[in-house]
Design a protein around this ligand. Structure first.
Ligand code: BG6
Ligand code: MG
Length: 211
């Protein structure tokens, strides 16, 4: 298959902000005395901020009101953005940079398809503010992954059909979203184990060999 576009998840694919998400949620969970670990954290990949909080609070005995939940999510986001503040262009790996360049040389159009409302901030911290041909993120969707909306919007912004694009993901929910939207997918990390992933990848650079 010859693709015209590649749509990248951001957190855990282009850069490793997933560890900052974990750290900020962990501090919040410890503060309210709710058990949280890396395994539960894996369920938050690709999932929106409020849906992530609901997953963490499954372990809580206390019922939180909508207002309390909004305050917790806000606390987590403030802490997360503080951690993002430490990121620099050094946080973009050579492997990712070189692979993206190779894809551009093949005349592929590149887009971001991320559930995050902080996507543009992250891209600017790692020096990719103007790099992608389109950005679809948490600010232009109403349903987060596993719903395909974020990828459908990315394809639309690129001017391509889903069947002409490849989605690159690290999250199981992201592969579910790609499948639901009619996209081929490449999975790294846990996403490579998804039964319906088109290309299970060992690492990011392998991407240049499948497109
Ligand atoms: C996704 C992350 O990219 O963005 C999720 O994988 C996160 O873990 C989601 O919850 C929303 O991010 P943000 O930055 O809007 O809180
Ligand atoms: Mg991800």
């Amino acid at each position: 298959m010859v693709y015209k576009g590649v749509i990248f998840d951001l957190d855990g694919v282009i850069c490793f902000t997933d560890r900052y998400h974990y750290q900020a949620w962990k501090e919040m969970a410890d503060d309210i005395g709710v058990y949280f670990d890396e395994k539960i954290n894996n369920r938050l990949r690709g999932v929106s901020r409020m849906a992530s909080l609901d997953i963490i609070l499954e372990r809580s005995e206390k019922q939180y009101t909508k207002e309390e939940k909004e305050r917790l999510a806000e606390w987590k986001n403030d802490r997360y953005r503080e951690l993002l503040g430490k990121m620099t262009t050094e946080d973009l790996s050579e492997e990712v940079k070189t692979t993206l360049e190779k894809l551009k040389e093949k005349n592929l159009k590149l887009a971001i398809g991320s559930s995050s409302k902080n996507a543009k901030l992250i891209l600017s911290r790692i020096g990719l503010a103007d790099y992608f041909d389109a950005i679809s993120d948490g600010t232009n969707i109403t349903h987060s992954k596993p719903d395909p909306e974020v990828f459908l919007k990315a394809a639309e912004y690129l001017g391509f059909e889903p069947g002409e694009c490849l989605v690159v993901e690290d999250a199981l929910a992201g592969i579910d979203a790609a499948v639901a939207g009619g996209f081929a997918s490449a999975g790294i990390g846990e996403a490579a184990t998804h039964k319906k992933v088109t290309y299970p990848l060992k690492n990011f650079s392998e991407l240049a060999e499948v497109v």
